[in-house]
Design a protein around this ligand. Structure first.
Ligand SMILES: *[C@@H]1O[C@H](CO)[C@@H](O)[C@H](O)[C@H]1NC(C)=O
Ligand SMILES: *[C@@H]1O[C@H](CO)[C@@H](O)[C@H](O)[C@H]1NC(C)=O
Length: 366
């Protein structure tokens, strides 16, 4: 009996790995806490600098109603918004993104990036424009939504898992359906697999593993949305809301259960009372369904950001970021033209500049 109990306990604990970084928003009382972070005061779970010129509450808001209700390890979720002011750093893409603020080894070994994502039936994401969602800067793994840049047709309402910009799997993206995801990244073997489920269902290996150019500096995974511009929509008054919850990076064994981890709000029935938000350290996850649809092959996308920080400084040293680079050439996947673009129009050797639309040209390998 005793041995049996021990074995059971061991099996239970083996179900989840170790949380390396917790981005579940349990530590934040409101999105205005993100304003605590700056390049010279790097505090809190997230770097917050990729957004438009409005107040944080125009782009990021927290609420218990914004999380996957099956996820008991999260007290709340985040609503990420892009609107007509969501242009950052002189770019022509709408962007609202959060980046992990951590020195944990989320960029080496074998790790799992967990999150849940949904849309609602209001402020619906446009299916006629490419969105890059929860991506690494080199785009070795990410989700995309909408008509991919360069693809034929006028709209594409599917959510896709992509490697190097190429769709590997897709599904419908219906209103109010939570999609739970884990990017299974082995930085040692340079492979990525995709776990997915919907609602409260446990994560299932859905695609991969496939080879990928896995690399990260540990501060270039973007939680949020980047929408590529098209035609004359730069000033469009449309607004999009995206919802995310259960965000964390885990190592060890993959936890496939949504919300199985330590519950941040523990209520005890007996004498104790309530203990409140506590940081969770182990567990959670997400889940959801699957459904497959085709995949398309399309092209690329993106843009890039670079980040870097700098500690020293004094004033505004801040970031560096993105595009407008200095030299006369842009890197592979960098922007090299488009209406409003004032950066380099050449590409590094081995890449050529392709016009994707009037607002965006990108350096691609031939
Ligand atoms: C942000 O700063 C406020 C005011 O100092 C503080 O109350 C809050 O706890 C901070 N939030 C985080 C997440 O550190
Ligand atoms: C990750 O890749 C390394 C190198 O190929 C391999 O030794 C290791 O077993 C892989 N880890 C897992 C969990 O698959």
């Amino acid at each position: 009996m005793y041995k049996f109990a021990l074995a059971q306990a061991f099996v239970g604990s083996a179900l989840a790995g170790t949380v390396l970084w917790d981005g579940r928003f349990n530590d934040l009382s409101s999105s205005t806490d993100l304003n605590n972070w700056s390049w010279s005061n790097q505090v809190g779970p997230y770097q917050y600098y990729i957004h438009g010129s409005g107040p944080v509450t125009e782009y990021v808001n927290l609420s218990p109603s914004y999380k996957n209700p099956a996820d008991s390890s999260s007290n709340q979720g985040v609503k990420i918004t892009i609107d007509s002011t969501s242009y950052w750093n002189g770019q022509n893409m709408r962007r609202t993104e959060l980046i992990p603020q951590t020195s944990a080894a989320i960029n080496s070994g074998h790790v799992y990036y967990h999150f849940s994502v949904k849309r609602s039936s209001t402020n619906v994401p446009r299916a006629d424009l490419e969105h890059q969602v929860n991506f690494f800067e080199s785009h070795f793994t990410e989700l995309k939504y909408g008509l991919l840049s360069g693809a034929s047709g006028t709209s594409d309402p599917t959510l896709k898992w992509c490697i190097g910009g190429q769709p590997q799997w897709s599904t419908t993206f219906d209103a109010d359906v939570w999609h739970n995801v884990a990017y299974d990244i082995n930085f040692s073997s340079n492979t990525v697999a995709f776990y997915h489920s919907t609602g409260s269902n446990p994560l299932v290996l859905t695609a991969g593993p496939v080879s990928a150019s896995t690399s990260s500096n540990g501060a270039d995974w973007h939680l949020g949305v980047l929408r590529l511009p098209m035609n004359s929509d730069l000033n469009s008054a449309d607004v999009e809301d995206w919802y995310f919850s259960g965000v964390y990076v885990e190592s060890g064994s993959l936890n496939t259960v949504i919300g199985s981890g330590s519950n941040p709000t523990t209520t005890t029935t007996t004498t104790k009372t309530t203990t409140t938000p506590v940081r969770t350290t182990t567990t959670p996850v997400t889940t959801t369904k699957s459904t497959t649809t085709s995949s398309k092959t399309t092209t690329k996308t993106t843009m890039v950001t670079t980040t870097k920080s700098t500690t020293t400084s004094t004033t505004t040293t801040t970031k560096t970021t993105t595009t407008p680079s200095t030299g006369g050439t842009s890197p592979l996947y960098g922007q090299c033209g488009g209406i409003g673009w004032t950066g380099p129009t050449g590409c590094v050797s081995g890449a050529t500049c392709h016009v994707l639309n009037p607002y965006y040209s990108q350096c691609l390998s031939p």
